[in-house]
Design a protein around this ligand. Structure first.
Ligand code: FES
Ligand SMILES: [Fe+2]
Length: 331
């Protein structure tokens, strides 16, 4: 899953100081050049291998804390302070630089071996009239696969998030499962309001909900709840693998809720943080328990809805020729 764009950090996190991040097990450093452009280098000075994230940003690039060698955003050595022959001696010295794109308030990087394919993901309804959004960030102590499974798993919500998201009382709902080259989704047909705080808040009139859970490669999940044209929610998470047991998750929450508009966030945001923290905890425990018992050996059941499809996509299989499937679930 390396040949994809991933979020390295939020734009607002990248100021005047270098920022260390690990992605796919590789230590990286991000910084802004003198024009404010975001850049990403391997976090290791080519000279004596100091972490460049210990250094300082100067007009020429990122200056190493040890001997002051300075690396430009494209990875070339821009200065060796102790050298007398100007640029000559260091023109060919390099550290690895990674393609970096900044958009919608995020800094995206490409650490794949191939040239970047396509553009980073667009978050939907960004800056659209009538819509509001905020972003939440969490460090999950678990593999990105376990995170995406969790974000698109409905049955756990009645247990891990009981009372907040779903209640004890469940109802039968029909789901339709569709897949494509690099995605799979489950549409919940005429789902009833959840028996919970979130249900009462987001679906005050008790309307039925149009709900779609979607996974797309590499590790992106999207949940759409639509009560009416004027009341809709989108929860989209982009998971950046840090290591095999750590994932940094950026969750984009967009909503339209008339006539309350932005005000609904006052209640919605703290509850969303509580729910997210419950998932952080359950994934941490799951990771520990899997490690204690010699690795994952999962059972896939029909109530896992799209989990088997997610696994297949991550294993490199396309779901483009898979027939549309209907089944029932109690949620
Ligand atoms: S280790 Fe970086 S300049 Fe020497
Ligand atoms: Fe959850």
């Amino acid at each position: 899953m390396k040949e994809h764009w991933y979020i390295a950090c939020r734009s607002r996190q990248l100021g005047k100081e270098p920022l260390a991040r690990t992605v796919h097990g590789t230590a990286l450093v991000l910084f802004r050049d003198q024009d404010g452009r975001a850049a990403c280098l391997r976090d290791r000075c080519a000279h004596r291998n100091m972490a460049l994230s210990r250094g300082k940003v100067t007009g020429k690039g990122l200056r190493c804390a040890y001997h002051g060698w300075t690396w430009a955003g494209d990875g070339h050595c821009a200065d060796i302070p102790a050298s007398c022959d100007g640029c000559e001696s260091h023109a060919k010295l390099r550290v690895a630089a990674f393609p970096t794109v900044e958009k919608q308030g995020f800094v995206w990087i490409w650490t794949g071996a191939a040239e970047p394919g396509g553009a980073p993901l667009d978050f939907p309804r960004f800056d659209e009239a009538g819509w509001h959004h905020w972003v939440m960030e969490r460090r999950f102590e678990g593999h990105a696969f376990h995170c995406v499974e969790n974000f698109l798993d409905v049955p756990h919500t009645a247990h891990v998030h009981r009372g907040l998201f779903r209640g004890e009382e469940t109802k039968e709902v029909e789901i339709e499962i569709r897949g494509g080259e690099d995605w799979i989704e489950a549409e919940f047909i005429n789902e009833a309001r959840m028996d919970s705080l979130i249900g009462r808040m987001l679906v005050p009139d008790g309307e039925s909900i149009h709900h779609v859970d979607r996974f797309q490669l590499p590790y992106v999940t999207r949940v759409d709840y639509r009560m009416s044209e004027r009341r809709q929610y989108i929860v989209m998470s982009q998971c950046t693998p840090v290591t095999e047991t750590e994932t940094r998750v950026y969750t984009y929450m967009a909503y339209r809720f008339e006539p309350l508009g932005a005000l609904v966030r006052l209640a919605f945001e703290p509850i969303s943080h509580l729910i997210l923290n419950q998932d952080v905890k359950i994934i941490r425990e799951q990771t520990k328990d899997i490690a204690r018992d010699g690795g994952a050996r999962f059972v896939y059941h029909e109530t896992d809805a799209i989990a088997r499809g997610i696994r297949a996509l991550l294993d490199g299989k396309s779901l483009a020729h898979q027939a549309v499937e209907r089944r029932k679930l109690r949620v």
